[in-house]
Design a protein around this ligand. Structure first.
Ligand code: ZN
Length: 272
């Protein structure tokens, strides 16, 4: 009986089969779109981007170039003032200013976005100095970037992701897109916090897993939830640069493609 029905309906089954194939192919194309937006905060730090004078370890710009990766840098506005090369206490002067470094980043195809001017925790600053100060500090950071790149930044990552709801809303009204780790946002638009700064201090404190494993584990956890697009939040740190070649190779081997944040948002943010 079933055979008879099948025979009668063979053409409609064919149509169904073709539809199913098309659907599967569409699904494959969708899942093949595995994206990584690499981001680095707190620079520009010339000694990280270009390497130190004694060539201890790779330079971040070389690692990115060698791998054909364009990244996004959330830079701190005060660094983009003339003759500034970084913080005397922690950073090495390699004879390149932060402004020169920023120009070089843009020339090599990377993006610069806003990490405020002062790099002060914004909720505390708002309590002390008011919301207008916070908005002003964000705008001042944007102006410093625009003075170097000629382009108005669109994305803001508040230091430590901390900002009041009021300031967030007002900055969004101004046209900023704020990066977040808040669970209120879709997971694909939430930053993956690499916690890379923990590895700069006594690595003895965090020996349980390596920086590389920690990030890959977070990516895998998101994959288990069906998410194959990730914004990875790192800092401009020598310890971070050291793991980059392996991290990039590992993610490429898993089929990931590296894009800048604005490309990422166009591809991911527009999805329903
Ligand atoms: Zn920061």
């Amino acid at each position: 009986m079933a055979k008879v029905i099948l025979g009668d309906r063979v053409s409609s089954y064919k149509v169904l089969a073709v539809c199913a194939l098309l659907f599967l192919n569409a699904g494959a194309a969708f899942s093949a779109d595995k994206l990584i937006a690499l981001t680095f905060d707190d620079g520009p730090r010339p000694y990280v981007l270009f390497g130190t004078k004694d060539h201890a370890g790779p330079s971040l710009l070389n690692v990115l170039d060698d791998n054909g990766v364009k990244a996004t840098f959330f830079v701190v506005g005060w660094r983009l003032t003339p003759k500034t090369w970084g913080e005397r206490r922690h950073e090495e002067n390699v004879g390149i200013t932060c402004i020169d470094a920023a120009e070089q980043l843009v020339r090599r195809g990377h993006e610069l976005e806003d990490h405020t001017y002062s790099h002060i925790e914004l909720r505390g600053a708002e309590r002390k100095r008011g919301e207008q100060w916070v908005i002003g500090d964000v705008n001042r950071g944007a102006e410093a970037i625009k003075a170097v790149t000629g382009t108005q930044p669109h994305y803001l990552r508040p230091p430590d992701w901390i900002i009041s709801d009021d300031a967030r809303r007002d900055l969004e009204r101004q046209g900023y897109h704020l990066l977040t780790i808040s669970q209120q946002n879709p997971i694909a638009l939430r930053d993956v916090n690499s916690l890379d700064y923990l590895w700069t201090r006594a690595s003895l404190e965090y020996p349980k897993t390596s920086l590389l494993d920690g990030v890959l584990q977070q990516v895998q956890q998101r994959e288990k939830r069906g998410v194959y697009t990730h914004i990875l939040a790192f800092h401009e740190l020598s310890t971070t640069v050291k793991v980059m070649p392996e991290l990039i190779a590992n993610l490429k081997a898993r089929g990931y493609r590296f894009v800048t944040l604005s490309q990422y948002m166009q591809l991911v943010g527009a999805r329903p």
